[in-house]
Design a protein around this ligand. Structure first.
Ligand code: NAP
Length: 297
């Protein structure tokens, strides 16, 4: 095992999400108070299990606010945790499970100028890593001089800057990002990418990222729930934990029981399991087309 377990809050901050049994996991209890209580229960279990990295985004509904209220309620100091968040998507589902649009992408300088103060208002000194959310080849953000200059200023002021990736061309996007410098210095402290037993195509670029000194976060390790039925959550997570490029593997657990089950991955030989299940590898285009069809629930 080379990486540690972290907790992502994409499924915990809002009523609707794409994981297979989201509505069932939430018991269809969608009031803000119920969602906050559930999120805190999962965060408590994470703390008990030694998890100290929590990942959020502006677009995960009230996730940043729920993490902030938990940190305050449990009197956890900024030095005891790592809190990462993301800008670049707005949450537009209006607390509905089904919506015409759930998130709206905007990688402009105006979006960064709007969303960073919003994240800071909630997370204050806890926010240590701010990521561009879901960079793809179609996004012009990696060649936007204004955004890059602002991110360079934030880096120089001490905020760690990262990017998350999505889609079948994660590898190419990351290679391109790694070639970037802003005012003669590397911009990135971290990258967050999808790697799981089905979709491993980003791995060579993650090796390079790790060699360049970035913190590598691995997400969607159970393929949004699809791998749970195929191999079990612990096996899928163990395989991710064993990857030599990984620093943090994000659990997407929605209940304390799921998280406790996820954490059993730490007792397994993930490297052997990754080899054993190589037969599951899908073409990236097929994997991402399947993901795109997951129903919000
Ligand atoms: N572009 C980006 O930046 C991006 C995109 C996606 C995710 N992320 C990050 O990665 C984190 C994780 O992603 P994710 O939640 O989408 O995918 P995931 O981790 O692959 O899937 C998590 C889901 O798997 C199922 N599961 C996990 N353990 C289980 C168990 N023991 N029993 C039954 N089901 C279990 C649950 O869904 P069901 O019960 O509903 O099946 C759970 O919600 C997010 O919270 C976020 O921080 C980032």
């Amino acid at each position: 095992m080379t990486a540690v377990l972290g907790l992502g809050t994409a499924a915990l901050g809002r009523p609707g999400y794409i994981t297979l049994w989201h509505a069932t996991d939430l018991d269809h209890a969608y009031s803000e108070a119920a969602m906050e209580q559930r999120c805190h229960a999962v965060l408590d279990e994470a703390w008990r299990l030694g998890v100290r990295w929590f990942d959020a985004a502006r677009s995960y509904g009230r996730a940043e606010a729920f993490v902030a209220s938990w940190l305050a309620a449990r009197a956890i100091a900024p030095s005891e945790v790592t809190i990462s968040s993301k800008w670049g998507y707005r949450y537009v589902a209006n607390w509905q499970v089904q919506a015409m649009h759930h998130e709206r992408k905007d990688h402009s300088l105006a979006a960064l100028a709007e969303q960073l103060p919003e994240s800071r208002a909630l997370l204050g000194p806890y926010l240590s890593l701010y990521q561009i959310h879901s960079v793809t080849p179609e996004s012009s953000v990696l060649s936007d001089p204004d955004v890059l200059a602002r991110l360079g200023e934030l880096r120089d002021a001490g905020l760690r800057i990262g990017l998350s990736l999505s889609g079948p061309r994660q590898r190419e996007t990351l290679e391109r990002a790694l070639d970037l410098e802003v005012t003669g210095k590397p911009l990135w402290s971290a990258v967050q990418a999808t790697w799981n037993l089905f979709e491993r195509s980003v791995a060579p670029a993650l090796v390079r990222a790790k060699q360049a000194g970035l913190t590598v976060m691995i997400k969607e390790v159970v393929a949004n729930g699809r791998l749970v039925a195929r191999v079990g959550d612990a096996i899928a997570i163990a395989a991710a934990l064993a990857q030599p490029f990984g620093d943090v593997v994000l659990s997407g657990a929605v209940t304390p029981a799921q998280l406790a089950s996820n954490a059993r991955a730490r007792e397994l030989d993930g490297a052997a399991l990754a080899d054993q299940y190589a037969v599951l590898i899908e073409a990236p285009e097929l994997y991402w087309a399947t993901r795109a069809k997951l129903a919000w629930n």
